[in-house]
Design a protein around this ligand. Structure first.
Ligand SMILES: [Zn+2]
Ligand SMILES: [Zn+2]
Length: 276
């Protein structure tokens, strides 16, 4: 079956952007591995079947105890970026949004970026633990359902791209994996190769807040002939810290006619301001 790119309407080969094995091969490999090494929790390393009465789902990655340690992002939310606010907000937005004025219309972050999620995201991005993508997508879907977010407003999902250098190093784009989980759940098409990261930036984690923004100036561009005009776009990324990456991507999309740009991330750093 040929897939069409939702933005350029050109046929695409779906495997050109799937950097991992098709599901059936994964299932066979996983079955063989489970016979030799019974699946255990990513965090505490306990065998999963000691807590699950039956055989754990092939997508299970955490025991029930560790899963309960994942903290959902809960209200009160900043209406712009959804950062959890420790006190009831008396300003229109959180301090970060007032200072940085992000270009996206709004952002939703599903979970707080605390342990053990930090460890899991690190393994997902830098440790080739791509099996975590199912669990992560479930958390994002649970957030959408819990707060009855209007996911149907979006025409297209755009995962934050990696630079070609980083994609070669890593072998996969973790944001695309999350986007695929959302796309399958809500039947919203993914546009993958139309927002391009042209700058191989330093890792954001090593930079202070101001440098994170300057590091990303000019980092994104839109591929010629891509048509985002009038589209309502949902950007997907694994983490929102300062919001600089999502904001710069949203700016590139808006400069090419996007109508609404929302953001959904697996994790978000809580606001550190105490609004007065
Ligand atoms: Zn555990
Ligand atoms: Zn905010």
């Amino acid at each position: 079956m040929r897939h069409c790119d939702p933005v350029t309407l050109q046929p695409i080969d779906i495997f050109t952007y799937q950097c991992y094995y098709p599901a059936v091969i994964q299932t066979i490999i996983r079955g063989i591995c489970d016979l030799v090494y019974p699946p255990n929790c990513f965090i505490c390393k306990n065998y999963l079947f000691t807590q699950h009465n039956s055989q754990p789902s092939p997508k299970a990655v955490l025991c029930l105890d560790c899963e309960q340690k994942i903290q959902f992002n809960i209200p009160p939310f900043c209406p712009k970026c959804s950062r959890h606010l420790r006190k009831t907000l008396k300003k229109p937005y959180c301090q970060e949004c007032l200072m940085t004025k992000p270009h996206f219309d709004f952002a939703w972050g599903a979970c707080l970026y605390n342990e053990p999620l930090q460890q899991l995201i690190h393994a997902f991005k830098y440790g080739q633990k791509t099996l975590l993508r199912h669990f992560f997508a479930q958390q994002m879907i649970a957030f959408i359902e819990n707060y009855e977010l209007d996911i149907r407003q979006f025409d297209v999902i755009v995962p934050i791209p990696l630079s070609s250098t980083r994609l070669r190093e890593r072998g996969y784009n973790q944001s695309l994996m999350l986007a695929q989980g959302l796309s399958e759940q809500y039947q919203i098409p993914i546009s993958y190769n139309n927002l391009i990261r042209i700058k191989h930036t330093k890792s954001q984690t090593l930079l202070n807040q101001k440098d994170r923004w300057t590091n990303l100036v000019g980092a994104f561009r839109i591929k010629p002939l891509s048509n985002f005009f009038g589209k309502n776009i949902l950007i997907i990324d694994d983490l929102l810290t300062t919001g600089a990456t999502a904001s710069m991507a949203a700016l590139a999309l808006k400069q090419h006619g996007a109508q609404t740009v929302g953001v959904l991330t697996l994790a978000i750093v809580a606001a550190n301001d105490q609004p007065s």
